[in-house]
Design a protein around this ligand. Structure first.
Ligand code: 26Q
Length: 799
């Protein structure tokens, strides 16, 4: 047994004794659970202190990853696995009569994110730590993470997710590092002998308390930290106001503070211009930058080398206030002049864009920013003034483009423009997406700053998504190609050598079957539906959004149903599995969920059809559920309208688990296509230029009227399901259909036919599956973060 295992096991025993006055065997499961997490956290803490010491000694450049979201999921299994102590700890628990799996099940997900963007941030923390880079993630300690989804009569209902009671043992409070964040008030500008100085008065103070969540890596000395800020009032009362008779106003800071870190906004790829959201953004940006600058100044006594020693990464525009806040700190707290402060700021910030959808691009009303953050607003105004005059002077030929680039325009502050002006690097998240940014979304900026724009294709941590989620496949790989792939996923390429190995192909089929059974058990328990594990599992799991086109999938399901029911079609059995959360106020998304649930119910009740097809909607999609669903997939549905999905990362998780992609040429699907070759993927639908062309004159009604197959499906959706009505979706499809479901429908159905043909030949399909696994190397987040470190951050791992 290694030292670390021994240490953790001793600590478990000690905690049982000291906290609960019990030995391991006599404790109750909840006590053992607490002891297990606390002991693991202690081990991480010790390891972290050794790592931090090294980082200090080497004066290494620090990376700060700023993100409103980190979709952490569960940590216990991940940490034990990464630390290499899982088997020893499990064996020890077993001696006292416990099954470690029961403790894994007790742990709630830390759901501090909505979907792709938040999960990406967590995958990057894993990879950076594994590779030994010093990085700190910054976000908010939301008391309530992403809501719990409960489906009642087909309709999504949201319930609060209070995760801290049972997962808070991972959080390490640092009361010694609290900072103050200021909102509202007035700004007074004074000319003094030092030039113009500003004074922020009459503000409301909120205290930010940091909680550190330690991030383990695999086979590494590094332990990094995710620092989550929690808001509280500076004091219950403002005595000054109170004594002036303003009793209600005197408790204002308490009301503001208690709301800021209360709940995660459940919006994905749509912007919500709410005052609370703006406060959340400034709160975590200001607290983080105050701490970063304080630490830097303490160590070096100057900011002249700030950009050389630090890089601050802005994950989408949500932390865009980093630009004016860093300016504010340098000027107001450390007396820097504008030009020098701007040089330091623009050389230490880098920005990643995650969307081209116009409804997701953040724009804040000038009046809102001005009232909430008066000092910050004056800085944004001055950034805009200088930026616009620079463009007028040097790029006058861009004409109308200048308005597109302005930071303040039409009474709004445009956050992407602020980020591009204030960062030295801007990147998209897949090759296609990065090209669209340059050619379209940020075309004018690309003319002015062609060297700022780059691409870093997203990646996933295969340690969670393959090794931990699919231990059977991981064992097979280890047996055949060794375990080098765990640290360096390029090595998985060696699995290609087994393409004609009948034994390996048979093992792959067995593993898939076992993973389907594991999922079927879950579905039987939760949905009361029995799955046929010999059927093809066709899976679409992701946030519910019109552009992701779960509706196109549902349309094909209706078509198949009608063909079986009325046209004598007798296909091989297929199981269509969905899981998706919709934003709480997103009506069409909720209607689509209702449609899928109605189809599921109708088919389940129909003895003519149910042996050939099944539809299941699994409620409450989250990281820990994805870990059960994804390994069971044969087909991975990635069917967004071309040009809309920035990258996708579920596509990569499904691929590495042996699912074959059925998708459009969108986001990272394009790169998956390049890696597996055209024979190992099912591509359909319009390309990005075809979409743009058709958008000029798209008329969904002409597809409906001109195509009997489409008409039959759309009419059936309207009122063909007994007792249900979907006029909403019917009208949407024939009158608007903004993501062109109807235009891609036939091509999508044809692709399904090709899937059926391939699946009928089990040898051929298993080989496709193998090719997907073996060619997933490029989609490791280890590769992505290395791209960031070498190409953008210019940082090196700790020696
Ligand atoms: C903004 C303002 C106010 C409230 C909410 C928001 C908000 C919150 C979350 C806006 C967008 C998001 C999330 C976006 C997101 O997840 N984008 C996805 O990022 C992935 C990682 O790069 C990509 O793979 C996906 O293609 C992209 O959709």
């Amino acid at each position: 047994m290694n030292k670390l295992s021994e240490n953790i096991i001793n600590n478990i025993n000690k905690i049982m004794e000291v906290n609960f006055g019990s030995d391991l065997a006599a404790g109750n499961p909840r006590q053992v659970y607490e002891a297990l997490i606390t002991a693991t956290n202690m081990a991480l803490k010790e390891k972290r202190s050794a790592f931090t010491k090294k980082v200090k000694e080497q004066e290494a450049k620090q990376v700060y990853y700023m993100s409103m979201e980190f979709l952490v999921g569960t940590s216990l299994k991940n940490n034990l696995w990464n630390l290499g102590v899982e088997d020893d700890v499990a064996a020890h628990l077993k001696t006292a009569g416990y099954d470690i799996e029961d403790f894994y099940e007790m742990e709630p997900d830390a759901g501090l994110g909505n979907g792709g963007l938040g999960r990406l941030a967590s995958c990057y923390m894993d990879s950076l730590t594994t590779l030994g880079y010093p990085v700190t993630g910054f976000s908010i300690r939301y008391e309530f993470g992403i809501f719990k989804q409960v489906i009642i009569d087909g309709w999504q209902n949201e319930f609060p997710d209070s995760w801290i009671d049972k997962a808070g043992y991972w959080l390490n409070p640092r009361l010694d590092e609290e900072v103050e964040v200021r909102f509202f008030g007035n700004v007074n500008e004074n000319w003094t002998e030092n030039g113009l100085t500003t004074e922020h008065t009459g503000y409301v103070s909120v205290l930010a308390t940091p909680y550190d969540l330690f991030i383990s890596g695999y086979d590494t000395e590094a332990v990094n930290s995710l620092r989550l800020w929690s808001a509280k009032a500076t004091s219950g009362f403002n005595m000054d106001l109170f004594s002036k008779g303003e009793y209600v106003k005197s408790t204002e800071n308490e009301a503001i503070a208690s709301s800021i870190s209360k709940v995660l906004y459940p919006a994905d790829n749509t912007y919500e211009g709410k005052s609370l959201r703006l406060k959340q953004q400034y709160f975590f940006v200001s607290a983080s930058l105050q701490q970063i600058t304080k630490k830097h100044f303490k160590r070096y006594g100057t900011f002249d080398n700030f950009a050389e020693k630090n890089v601050i990464h802005i994950n989408d525009t949500h932390p865009s206030l980093c630009v004016p806040e860093l300016m504010r700190i340098l000027m107001d707290d450390y007396n820097y002049k504008w030009d020098k402060a701007w040089e330091i700021t623009a050389e230490s910030l880098a920005y990643t864009n995650h969307t081209v959808m116009s409804e997701a691009l953040e724009k804040w009303p000038v009046d809102l920013v001005k009232s909430h953050l008066p000092r910050i607003y004056t800085i944004i105004e001055e950034i805009n003034r200088r930026f616009c005059s620079y463009i007028y002077e040097h790029h006058a030929h861009l004409g109308g483009g200048i308005n597109n680039m302005a930071i303040i325009e039409g009474g709004m502050v445009k956050m992407a423009n602020l980020c591009i002006a204030g960062s030295y690097s801007v990147n998209g998240v897949s090759k296609l997406h990065s090209e669209i940014l340059k050619a379209d979304t940020f075309r004018d900026f690309n003319c002015v700053y062609p060297d700022k724009f780059t691409n870093v294709t997203n990646g996933i941590t295969h340690r969670r998504w393959l090794c931990q989620a699919n231990p059977l496949l991981s064992e097979l790989l280890t047996e055949k190609i060794g375990d080098g792939f765990k640290k360096s996923l390029e090595n998985i390429e060696k699995f290609n050598d087994f393409i004609d190995d009948e034994e390996v192909l048979a093992s792959l089929r067995e593993i898939k079957k076992a993973n389907k059974k594991r999922l079927a058990e879950y579905v039987a328990k939760k949905n009361g539906i029995e799955l046929n594990c010999d059927s093809l599992f066709d899976i679409q799991v992701k946030r519910l959004h019109e552009y992701k086109r779960q509706l196109l999938n549902a349309m094909h399901i209706v078509d198949l149903y009608l063909r079986i029911k009325y046209d004598g079609h007798r296909p091989l059995p297929k199981t269509f599995i969905f899981a998706a959360k919709a934003s709480a106020g997103y009506f069409m998304a909720k209607e689509i969920i209702r449609l899928i649930c109605a189809l599921s119910e109708m088919i389940e009740r129909d003895p003519d059809v149910r042996d050939y097809m099944k539809v299941v909607f699994i409620a409450d999609y989250k990281v820990s559920l994805a870990e059960i669903i994804i390994p069971a997939a044969d087909i991975s549905e990635q069917i967004s309208q071309a040009g809309k999905e920035a990258s996708g990362t579920g596509n990569m998780k499904l691929m590495i688990n042996g699912a074959v992609t059925l998708g459009t040429m969108d986001g990272a699907n394009v790169e998956i296509y390049e890696c597996v070759g055209e024979d190992n993927i099912f591509i359909f639908g319009m390309s990005t230029p075809e979409v743009s062309e058709l958008a000029r004159h798209y008329n969904p009604r002409s597809y409906y009227e001109g195509n009997a197959r489409i008409k039959r499906v759309v009419d059936f959706i309207k009122d063909g399901i007994p007792g249900k009505n979907f006029d909403s979706i019917y009208n949407y499809l024939i009158n608007s259909d903004p993501y062109m479901n109807l235009a891609d429908f036939e091509s999508y159905c044809a692709a399904h036919e090709r899937v059926n043909e391939a699946y009928a030949d089990s040898d051929r399909f298993t080989k496709m599956s193998l090719k997907n696994i073996a060619n997933a190397g490029m989609f490791a987040s280890d590769r992505s973060v290395t791209d960031y470190a070498e190409g953008i951050w210019h940082t090196k791992p700790i020696k």
